[in-house]
Design a protein around this ligand. Sequence first.
Ligand code: 5RP
Length: 228
Amino acid sequence: MSDADAQKRAAGVAAAALVEDGMVVGLGTGSTAAWFVKALGARRLRITCVATSTATADLAISLGMTLGELGETRPIDLTVDGADEIGPGLSLIKGGGGALLREKLVWEASRRSVVIADAAKVVTTLGKFALPIEVTAFGHKTVQNRICDVLAEFDIGVAPRLRIKDGAPVRTDGGNLIYDAACGRIEEPAALAFALKSVTGVVEHGLFLDLADQALIGGPAGVTTLEP
Ligand code: 5RP
């Protein structure tokens, strides 16, 4: 196992210890969240889980965990999820795994959200990781042009690239497409988040701001806790 994977696992295991019997728990998506789900499943608690992707739902079901639908369970007590970058104030870039829309819906419905990651994800300025932007398939090239205009207003001179896998555009669980914007540095994440959401055809973007209550970061010397 690589050092990064060991750090992801340590963070996932630490987060699983936060869960108590009877809770409703949001399950994130990605390799770090998968460590959390496995560690949580092994605890055999009486909990109901809300998954943020079909991949995570499949994993949880394979572990015998009980799943509920968002909005049809009691309020979510705790959501645990990974991130692609963790910046100042626990501002995040998410969506590298393509689950950003469902993740944001679940995070926003949660009383508490904890982000888990390996140490390399912590940055001083967001933007080195290309920002995922989920868009409608219909008219997506027009939406791309409008996103370019928005980025230019923030002095970000890149054209977002359509996410392709195995020669075909990636479709999200909701059937949408993803553009990745290699911003470099995002100096004004809140203003950019607002501007992107104002583009018709943008379904969601990967800036998660003021949503994480705590971060558990796996590092060479163990797991450390960050607060906003
Ligand atoms: C999925 C996500 C993931 O949490 C993010 O991509 C981190 O993934 P990993 O834990 O595999 O590094 O946002 O949409």
